[in-house]
Structure formats: C-alpha cells, structure tokens
Design a protein around this ligand. Structure first.
Ligand code: PMP
Length: 285
C-alpha cells in the first residue's frame, strides 16, 4: 500500500513517525474516515467540515486547505487503485522532540497521515445477517463530538462484546444509549418511527446519521431526534447502527435477547436500500 505522510506518498513500510509525536504520546490528534465507492469519496465535504471543526475545538492547525486535503485523498485512492473501502486520515499536533504536556509553539508542524483500506461496503455480509450487540457503560470522555484518536474506551467495549459472544457494543450513560462503540445508534418503535439521539457533546455527529435523517425526510419516514433508554432499545421493534463504512447494519440481538423477531428489520433494510441507491448514484456522477 502507498500511504501519505507529511507531503509525501510512500510505501507503508517507509512511512515513519517520531516516538515523540504527540499523537503517539498523548492521543493529541484527530481523524476522519471517508467511504470510497466506485473510486469516489462519499459525502467527503461533510467529513472535511467535521475535521475542521474537530481541529478548531482543539486549537489544532490544519496542515493545508480542505480543498487540498481532498486532492491528496483522491491521489491516494488513485495510487492504490481503491474501488471500494475508505480513506483514513489523521492529524496530530506533531513532534516537539520530548514528552511535554504543554502545547508546542508555532514552529512545530502537524503530522498529517492518510492511508486507504479496501473493504466491502455494499455487499458486506453483516449488512444482511445483522449483528449481535451487548450494552456497556460509556466510559469515554465528555467531548465525544470531537473526533479524536483517543479510542481506548471503544476498543475495550468491542473486546467486552467479543468476550460475551457479540459483535459490538451499545454504550449507555445514566440509563440512556449514547451511541455504539464506533457508530451512531438508532431504534425503531412499534409505529415504525426512527429514533436517534440528538446532537450534543455526548455523541459523535455522524455524517451518515445526518444523511439518513435527510433521506428519511425526503422519503416521508417519520423520525424523532431524542435521547432513548436502554429499556426502550430492549423493547424496540428494530435497532440499527450507522457509520461511513457500515452505512446501516441491523442489530438482531441485545444482551443475548432477540431484537424484535431476532431477524434484520424491515425499516432498517428499507433505509439502507435508499442510502445505497443515493450513494451509488453519487459515485457514478
Ligand atoms: N459514533 C462514533 C463513536 C464513531 O466512531 C463513528 C464512526 N467514526 C460514528 C458515530 C459514525 O460517524 P460517521 O457516520 O461520520 O462515520
């Protein structure tokens, strides 16, 4: 694989970052993941806008203009002949030559890294089979709206899920579901209304979440943005998760008990179909 690091396209084994990089020592870094379909970036303007917002929230300097980042993303896609998958990008506060909590001065430049991941998005088996989830306490920090690389809590949540015979975890806080470990969470009530948590510092402002709300509006699917409890999720007719690289995956069990009839739900399937159609169209223009 060719990766991008600080202005250069190099073979992955030639890309080196200092042990004093603040991304490595302090998780002082932000990231983005944009889906690639038919060799084309999906909803990338929204991902880059969120990147700028994350950087701003942390007084982290963007390495270049957003339009230049997109040019680099597209060049990396071409270098790797990526058809379907994702482009990961990360910006750290750079290497100040020692371990020091204080922000370095202006002379220290950000570290800017990008790589591609080939991956099935449209025909992913989990999209059909659905996934099993467990609930776990959300122990993340209080600015989940900033997309930082401090991802130990979600790693622990996924490991807990795997040890409990599940694929992934739904995170709870004060009896409410915040989101999933690396995606937004949705439930469908008995009337077929979509429910997902409103934007706040408690959740990541998912780009896919926003796109799905727009599509629901266009297609006359009822939705509510409001907090919902673990108990509501347990009793929901459907649960599903959304993210840039999963689109929508249905959830078939929660804490070992079936969701609805224990099969992928019809509302999630319909919404996924609408989303895929929109994405395929956008990628063929
Ligand atoms: N929440 C969390 C915690 C995530 O890690 C992600 C995926 N990056 C999402 C939600 C989904 O966001 P998006 O739709 O922008 O991929």
């Amino acid at each position: 694989r060719t990766v991008y690091l600080n202005g250069e396209f190099v073979a992955e084994h030639d890309a080196k970052v200092s042990v004093f990089d603040r991304g490595f020592l302090f998780a002082d870094a932000v990231y983005e993941v944009s889906a690639v379909l038919n060799g084309r970036l999906l909803d990338n303007a929204a991902h880059l806008a969120r990147l700028a917002r994350s950087c701003q929230a942390l007084s982290l300097r963007l390495p270049c203009a957003l339009s230049d980042i997109e040019i680099l993303q597209n060049r990396l896609i071409a270098e790797n002949n990526l058809v379907e998958g994702a482009v990961y990008l990360q910006i750290t506060r750079g290497n100040s030559g020692d371990r020091d909590f204080d922000f370095p001065g202006e002379s220290v430049t950000p570290t800017f890294l990008m790589f591609t991941q080939a991956r099935a998005l449209i025909d992913h088996p989990k999209a059909k089979s659905g996934i099993r989830m467990v609930s776990v306490e959300d122990i993340r920090w209080q600015r989940r709206d900033i997309k930082t690389v401090g991802l130990l809590a979600p790693c622990l949540a996924k490991e807990y899920a795997h040890q409990h015979d599940a694929d992934d975890a739904l995170l709870t806080e004060n009896g409410l579901i915040t989101e999933a470990s690396s995606s937004n969470a949705w439930i469908v009530d008995a009337d077929g209304t979509l429910i997902t948590r409103p934007l706040s510092t408690h959740i990541l402002h998912g780009i896919t979440r926003q796109a799905l709300l727009e599509l629901a509006k266009q297609h006359g699917i009822r939705f509510e943005e409001r907090p919902f409890t673990l108990e509501e999720a347990q009793n929901a007719s459907e649960i599903f998760i959304s993210s840039a690289t999963t689109f929508i995956w249905p959830v078939i069990s929660l804490d070992g008990k079936p969701v609805g009839e224990g099969k992928p739900g019809g509302v999630a399937a319909k919404l996924r179909e609408i989303y895929v159609q929109m994405a395929v169209e956008a990628a063929s223009r």
